[in-house]
Ligand binder design. Structure first.
Ligand code: ADP
Ligand code: MG
Length: 723
């Protein structure tokens, strides 16, 4: 066996965690949020007038004065330094989808050989990292390198601890010298503002004179894989592209269905507990942990929060998973499809909107048919998804998700809504003239006297829908496990704002008299449902029939990232983003460019990896086996026996095919000069990816016949089942 692989197996089997984790256990109240400069901290440490001014900024968006910022900066830094911080960092969220941070020390030389503490309000509010190394999609030429970060007061500062020190992290927005958004936070905040404004207009019509701020809420469920770290390092594909480019299916996959909600392995549970406690310290309200469907796949989910905070916290969840894993000898894989043939990972984004004064606007109550306000918000969401399906699809498009969307174990690339039995029935009644009743929820009896009767939900679940109503929220399931939730939320908020604007504009024309207003609402609901019900689908989204049916209904089905981006890049998208002040034409255009470029780079890296691994690891293993077999056959012949060559012939053929496929890949791997981004994408999809697939197909067949001891790469079986 190759030494690397053998060592990886040994090390995985013998793994012992010797570091003692800190702070896990039963005193969550004592450490939850201990590393956050929370509202409570601010109240305690700031003079009353300053605290009030800061709250005004947070709640009403009143710009902050430098004199206020100076006092906040002093309080924040002394809190951080008391807790051991030496540096501060403006954390921002560039279009790479990762977080970025630049650390500065709190201390400066005092000119007399010592240091003084130096952290002003200006430094708190504003930073100036060099923007030229972040993708800007042509918004900014490299010589105009100025970029600014600005403190997002709605997301609290926190302390990031590491083995050798602590850093104060300040969540910030990132924009160019010309004021254009270079990040994911600015559009998110803008979209939340737009949504709030349009929702307020609708609410006023329903008698809420002062509905207060309306927030978009998000609860993201994160799926991920954990494998032993030694396997990870023995697989160049995992290391550089996040997924396996080779690997024959193991004899046992997920067919026994023995993993989902199964007992969590010891090492993994210990890991999860430390992840949870690290996140608690940062005030991230993680709540759920369990095994997922595929072997070695797990899930973590927090309680929902405002979309902005949920997004910042989601980044922290991904970071913490990856940061803690090595302590337990594990590698955390966030890629959408690390292993072919078993489930991939998604990030289900639960989304709703509401406010302190009006509650959750997607709560149907017990009798949805007479809850006009709910029906209007729900119908607005249906209309939004139908009219702007290409935007939703575009928001989840990236190379990794192409292996998941439309594949066997995931929602298809067709955007549709699951409403469930009760609501579908209500909306069908509305479309037919008027809703008179809601199907009842009932009680479920199990037939065992000692078990209590269970209150039943009005609808069953549908795990196959990309966008499902789940009782009091929508669950957007097409989001990829590795991506930031900001983009999907920006689209959801924006298209919902557009739909609510439509509703408000229509209903503002209606007579104020209650009876007549109700009739106007009924009419509008009827119109909205009749015009948009093609997007409602309660059946099996994975089925082949649905693809045909969806095509018949005229629903878009972009099966690859380039197609999805091209479809999203249309007049309607530009107009909607611009109209609600979320992204200017230039900002939107730059994003399309960046995401196409990212796709090209991702696929190119994989193509180069595929070629080099086939060449330098897999082909040589096959040749060794060929040599072994041919030596044996020759020896048998000299002994006067018939040298049976069945396997040798098979290996010969496979090596020949592999050689051909590799030569082909070698020829096409470099993208011809002079192609535009869309042309490059088409080239990769039409020419490069099919050849990569050919290489893999032959290599995986070779793996199935080659002597195990010669195989150089950790196998699926080893990676997925040695824990
Ligand atoms: P599931 O049953 O789908 O596994 P959970 O009940 O664990 O999901 O909830 C999934 C996520 O949905 C959690 O983050 C939860 O906080 C979130 N969630 C619950 N209610 C809402 C809501 N009204 N708006 C947004 N997210 C919500
Ligand atoms: Mg869920």
């Amino acid at each position: 066996m190759s030494i690397t692989r053998q060592k990886a197996i040994e090390s995985a089997i013998e793994h012992r965690t010797n570091e003692v984790p800190v702070l896990t256990g039963g005193r969550i109240q004592e450490y939850f949020g201990m590393n956050v400069f929370s509202d409570e901290q601010m109240k305690e440490r700031l003079p009353k007038t300053i605290y009030k001014a800061l709250r005004k900024t947070i709640e009403e968006g009143v710009p902050m004065d430098y004199s206020v910022a100076d006092v906040v900066a002093a309080a924040m830094s002394s809190w951080a330094i008391e807790r051991g911080a030496t540096h501060y960092a403006h954390v921002f969220y560039p279009l790479t989808g990762l977080t970025a941070e630049k650390h500065d020390s709190f201390f400066s030389p005092d000119g007399k050989g010592g240091v003084i503490m130096d952290f002003t309000g200006k430094q708190l509010i504003q930073g100036e990292p060099d923007a030229s190394s972040f993708p800007s999609g042509g918004i900014r030429a490299t010589f105009e390198a100025r970029g600014y970060t600005a403190w997002d007061v709605t997301s609290p500062a926190f302390l990031m601890e590491s083995r050798n020190g602590t850093t104060l992290c300040i969540p910030t927005a990132f924009c160019s010298w010309t004021g254009e958004a270079l990040d994911k936070k600015v559009p998110l905040l803008r979209s939340m503002q737009a949504l709030s404004k349009q929702a307020q207009r609708v609410l006023k019509l329903f008698g809420h004179d002062d509905p207060g701020m309306i927030l978009a809420n998000a609860g993201p469920e994160q799926e991920y894989f954990l494998i032993d770290r030694s396997f990870y390092f023995a697989r160049p594909d995992l290391l550089s592209s996040g997924r396996t480019l080779f690997g024959a299916r193991p004899p046992k996959g997920q067919e026994l269905e023995d993993q989902y909600f199964g007992t969590i392995p010891d090492r993994v549970l210990a890991f999860m507990m430390e992840v949870d406690s690290e996140l608690y310290k940062l005030g991230v309200p993680v709540k759920t942990r369990h095994n997922e469907v595929a072997p070695a796949q797990y899930e973590i989910a927090p309680v929902f929060e405002s979309a902005n905070l949920a997004t910042d916290h989601q980044y922290l969840i991904m970071q913490t998973l990856q940061r803690v894993a090595p302590k337990y000898g594990l590698a955390c894989l966030l890629h959408e499809k690390p292993f072919a043939g078993i489930n991939g990972s998604g990030k289900h984004v639960n989304w709703s909107l509401g406010g302190a004064k009006v509650g959750n606007l997607l709560n149907p109550g017990a009798t949805p048919h007479d809850n006009m306000q709910f029906l209007v918000f729900c119908a607005a969401a249906i209309r939004a998804v139908n009219l702007h399906a290409v935007m939703l699809r575009g928001a989840v498009a990236h190379a990794g998700n192409d292996h998941r969307l439309g594949a066997n174990e995931a929602p298809p690339a067709i955007m549709s809504i699951f409403l469930g039995e009760q609501l579908t029935d209500v909306f069908e009644q509305i479309a037919a003239g008027g809703a008179k009743q809601s199907k009842k929820m009932g009680m479920l009896t199990v037939g065992v006297d000692t078990l209590p009767p269970l209150p039943m939900d009005a609808t069953d679940r549908n795990r196959t829908s990309p966008f499902a109503f789940t009782g009091n929220r929508f669950e957007f399931r097409a989001v990829g496990s590795s991506q930031s939730i900001a983009g999907p939320l920006v689209v959801l908020n924006t298209i919902m704002a557009e739909s609510l604007d439509y509703v408000a504009t229509e209903l503002e024309k209606a007579p104020k008299d209650q009876k007549k207003f109700n009739i106007a609402v009924q009419k509008l609901l009827q119109k909205m449902i009749r015009e948009n019900d093609r997007v409602i689908f309660n059946g099996d989204n994975y089925s082949a029939e649905w693809k045909k049916e969806a095509a018949r209904r005229g629903l878009p089905n972009a099966t690859s990232t380039p197609e999805a981006i091209a479809a999203m890049e249309c007049k309607d998208t530009y107009e909607v983003f611009a109209k609600y002040g979320v992204l200017s034409h230039r900002e939107a255009e730059s994003r399309f460019e960046i995401y196409q470029e990212k796709y090209v780079k991702d696929v190119q890296i994989e193509a180069r990896l595929c070629l080099s691994m086939a060449r330098t690891m897999i082909f040589p293993a096959g040749v060794k086996y060929q040599q072994l077999l041919s030596q044996t056959a020759a020896a048998l012949v000299t002994m006067g026996k018939s040298g049976c060559t069945t396997t040798l012939d098979e290996v010969d053929t496979l090596l020949g095919d592999l050689q051909k496929a590799m030569t082909m890949l070698e020829e096409v791997v470099k993208i011809p000069d002079g192609l535009s981004h869309p042309q490059q994408c088409r080239y990769l999809i039409g020419t490069v990816i099919p050849v990569m697939n050919d290489v893999r197909k032959v290599a995986d067949r070779l793996e199935r016949v080659c002597a195990d001891e010669l195989w150089p790469l950790p196998t699926y079986q080893e990676m997925l089942f040695i824990r």
